[in-house]
Design a binder for this molecule. Structure first.
Ligand SMILES: Cc1cc2nc3c(=O)[nH]c(=O)nc-3n(C[C@H](O)[C@H](O)[C@H](O)COP(=O)(O)OP(=O)(O)OC[C@H]3O[C@@H](n4cnc5c(N)ncnc54)[C@H](O)[C@@H]3O)c2cc1C
Length: 546
């Protein structure tokens, strides 16, 4: 069987595989995207996305349809059986990525936007209706055998037909979900973080506007914990915890959903149920996310309870993290060792979100009345679940201080705010584009860059974004007006004159004065392993990955 060659093979066309193909295709990699179904799943799972994911969609020009259907929720509220507020999340806050901190959306719209993007991208070959069945790798690459599938009467899943093709790639990414075939073939186990709760999920299309007393949040009533969520403007989700003794079979009968909905005064005249399914919410992390040339991302690498709405978001971050690294490695600009930074960067970040989802999830999952009373008392006394801070990058390709430590603001998400160039007013990425950026205030940073630093900029295609204060018209082509003064405030807060931001929006590092920029860029060159023409006097600053 002749092999069809690609830079990258992606297995799985869920939201994370779609994001992987879209971002890698955008970076210029040739991608084969393999999915055993002939079409997208077409039903929602993830409802919530945050500002970082909206920026990611923006960078692919996929955000408009998602925004059009987003529900204007501004609060995510958790109450007890008496209606007292236990926890409250402000979802209307301004996110650092230039969007609201949080959105409730309808996943099929998001997936369709990504599908449209990759359909129009000649670098991406879509192989829908093909199942990955055999996988091998050696030092030269990865070989994948795929088998054509078809639907047969009475079979819930596509079945293979025996018609086979061989794909070969430099790298392969398993984005094939929680029961990942790729993970199985590699024999990679999963750590179980100890959450195991069954909930009935009912998704419905609204037939008419609904006037709901409780709009978006968790009703932590031990008699029957309930999640109430909007899924974009036209759909709704309700989730009920299964009570001790209840079975999946009972709760998946249509009359069970209507009975529970009737208790909320919602009936068939109000909504059409599009999906009714019992999920087991779990928290599992694969022991390794990479083996040689093969990577695991999304649910194949990690699953978490949905209470913070971060499962898919985390998978999309995995994809973006890999995409820019594949790009540099496949173009021969950086050595393959750059890919070693994927796990140290992504695992702790995802683990933090998993722990947060798990600790928060314990609040509504209480079905014992006494325990719930004690929980409510603790909340009244000011107790809060031990939630870690919203995670940032803490390892990998990040600027180190002379003592090897990472400074407080390094590894944060970089700011996206409104700017104006000669003609356009808009968010930074729309006005100046995406990718590596050197953002600076004060005099032209070019004056501080030596030849080697200029070379790093040229190799990475790093844009210089010189920030002019509000009200001052940009004087040079790379200058933009900081319309709201946000960049000036952001950099002043960090005591930085300039910062370098990675293509996945995370801050590599900042400098107090422009004169330090050559050192910062040299450190970046060393960490990325970019080829250099000059001396390696900063080699001691090369950060160990991890
Ligand atoms: C009730 C619920 C609510 C949630 N809410 C949120 C939320 O609000 N926000 C959030 O971010 N996340 C949320 N999540 C999590 C989110 O839905 C998942 O993390 C996300 O869907 C995972 O996407 P994925 O692409 O990794 O995997 P999947 O969506 O599972 O896609 C995997 C794909 O791989 C294909 N595949 C598998 N094996 C093969 C093979 N051998 N060959 C070819 N194709 C194959 C499958 O057919 C499938 O299409 C929620 C989850 C649930 C269950």
């Amino acid at each position: 069987m002749d092999a069809e060659r690609y830079d990258l093979i992606v297995v799985g066309m869920g939201p994370v595989g779609l994001m992987m193909a879209a971002t890698a295709g955008q970076a210029g990699c040739s991608v084969a995207l393999v999915e055993r179904h002939r079409s997208l799943y077409g039903l929602p799972r993830a409802g919530h996305i945050d500002h970082e994911i909206m920026r990611l969609l923006q960078s692919l020009d996929c955000h408009e349809p998602v925004l059009d259907d987003c529900y204007p929720t501004l609060e995510y509220v958790w109450v007890n059986a008496e209606g007292e507020t236990l926890l409250e999340f402000d979802w209307g806050a301004e996110g650092v990525c230039g969007w609201h901190s949080d959105y409730m959306q309808y996943q099929p719209i998001l997936e369709q936007a990504l599908l449209d993007r990759i359909t129009a991208d000649p670098k991406v070959t879509m192989l829908q209706g093909w199942e990955a069945v055999e996988l091998e790798q050696d030092e030269a690459g990865v070989d994948l055998i795929i088998d054509r599938t078809e639907m047969r009467p009475g079979e819930p899943m596509p079945v293979t037909t025996g018609e086979r093709r061989r794909l070969s790639g430099e790298y392969l990414v398993g984005a094939d979900g929680a029961r990942s075939f790729v993970r199985e073939v590699l024999g990679i186990g999963r750590e179980d973080l100890g959450f195991n709760e069954q909930w009935l999920d009912v998704d419905a299309r609204k037939k008419r506007p609904l006037d709901l007393e409780f709009d978006c949040g968790q009703i932590c009533d031990p008699r029957r914990p309930l999640t109430v969520l909007p899924l974009g403007k036209h759909h709704r989700r309700w989730e009920w915890a299964l009570l001790p003794g209840e079975t999946r079979e009972e709760l998946e009968r249509p009359d069970a959903a209507w009975k529970l909905l009737a208790e909320l005064d919602v009936g068939p005249d109000d909504v059409e149920i599009v999906r009714q399914i019992v999920y087991t919410f779990e928290a599992r992390i694969a022991e390794r996310w990479r083996q040689g040339r093969i990577f695991l991302i999304g649910d194949a690498a990690h699953t978490m309870p949905p209470f913070m709405g971060q499962g898919m978001c985390s998978g999309m971050r995995d994809a973006k993290n890999l995409a820019w690294k594949f790009d540099l490695v496949l173009r021969g600009l950086a050595p393959a060792e750059l890919l070693d930074s994927f796990e140290p960067e992504r695992v702790p970040h995802t683990r933090d979100w998993t722990v947060m989802s798990l600790e928060a999830g314990k609040v509504p999952c209480t079905t014992d009345p006494q325990e719930a009373r004690e929980r409510d008392e603790r909340f009244r006394a000011g107790w809060r679940p031990p939630l870690p801070d919203v995670p940032k990058l803490t390892a990998g390709i990040l600027h180190r201080e002379a003592d090897g430590s990472i400074s407080a603001a390094t590894g944060d998400l970089g700011l996206q705010a409104r700017v104006r160039d000669g003609e356009r007013l808009g968010l930074l990425d729309d006005v100046v584009g995406t990718g590596w950026a050197l953002i600076s205030v004060g005099p032209d940073p070019r004056g501080a860059l030596d030849e080697r630093a200029q070379e790093v900029l040229a190799t990475l295609g790093m844009r210089i974004v010189a920030i002019a204060p509000p009200g001052r018209l940009p004087a040079r082509p790379d200058e933009v007006e900081d319309v709201d003064g946000a960049y000036l405030a952001h950099l002043r807060e960090r005591d930085w004159e300039a910062m370098v931001v990675r293509p996945d929006f995370y801050v590599f590092g900042g400098v107090v004065a422009r004169a330090e920029l050559p050192d910062l860029l040299e450190e970046l060159r060393l960490q990325l392993g970019l080829a250099a023409t000059g001396s390696d006097e900063l080699a001691g600053r090369k950060a160990p990955v991890g």
